[in-house]
Design a protein around this ligand. Sequence first.
Ligand code: FE2
Length: 386
Amino acid sequence: MSETKNISDLQKETYEIKKMYNDAEDFLPLLGTDYVELYVGNAKQSAHFYKTAFGFQSEAYAGLETGVSDKVSYVLRQDKIRLVLTTSLVEGGEINEHINKHGDGVKVVALWVEDATKAWEETTKRGAKSFFEPRKREDENGWVIESGIHTYGETVHVFVERKNYKGTFLPGYKKWESHYNPEPVGIKYIDHMVGNVGWGEMNKWCEFYAKIMGFAQIISFDDKDISTDYTALMSKVMSNGNGRIKFPINEPAAGKKKSQIEEYLDFYNGAGVQHIAVATDDIVTTIDAMRDRGVEFLYVPDTYYDDLIERVGEIDEDVEVLRKRGILVDRDDEGYLLQLFTKPVVDRPTMFFEIIQRKGAKSFGKGNFKALFEAIEREQEVRGTL
Ligand code: FE2
């Protein structure tokens, strides 16, 4: 009896020591992505789209009915993924300017932290530009501390400390009850979020994540890895200490014609979030559900599947099942992954989603880049932007 207790105490102690060590190493412990906020032209209709097409559930709402007079926000949730869709109710101002310049797009990548005051202090001390200082918001369900810093383009990170809050989403929001609740499609958490930055700016922003946020570079691709006859890009993947937050950063590279990154930068008018990769445990079911609900995906030519097994080795899935749905496969040292990309989900050829299922692999589908870019080029050709 006492021996069991001792072992458990010892384990607890070891855990505490490890935790202290990790905390000391990682000055910005991030618990995960808290939410992603998009500024959109019509939040009500966007919310309907993400519910219907992506299977998000209604979670919270703030607007005129909750005492907010200048903007409205719908909060949607699917498993651990929270999307906030915000639009302005008045003329002028920051939200309208953002929409005018960028179209619908990601404004906030919010990060869940233990201590939002410390997160702000540590990052601004290291050179981050403040978006807003730590502030407390409270209601009858408790309180949260939020703070914010700027990152690439007009995108910002908001640190959210919510351990003392029991209510729906954040103070000021009310629960959003809806009679329309389409089934989830099985997406569970954000695997990674990719930023497109301008010519020659990739290293600057990788350094930002390394120096200011304590991230480490885990992968790098240059234009030799990622190029087709026409288009090229360079990419580095930055990850935080516990690996829960992964931000690949892309910049265009010179090719014969305009790269998809340049096309993004032109239409978004600068740097911004290119894609949000969401993880599923069953990509076939997820893709089938999303396609049934009208989501459009990028397709590679059928020939991609002819030598698939020679390229990636044995996989659990039936190649015909993947071929029929256009699902891509790539392998690294640790396993393989399945992935598929949507077409842009907004009017401009800017933001899209990736659906990813990892079976051991920790990489990002490098082996698929060429086939994928050729698929994107076919779309660019139709848009007249190649
Ligand atoms: Fe990705």
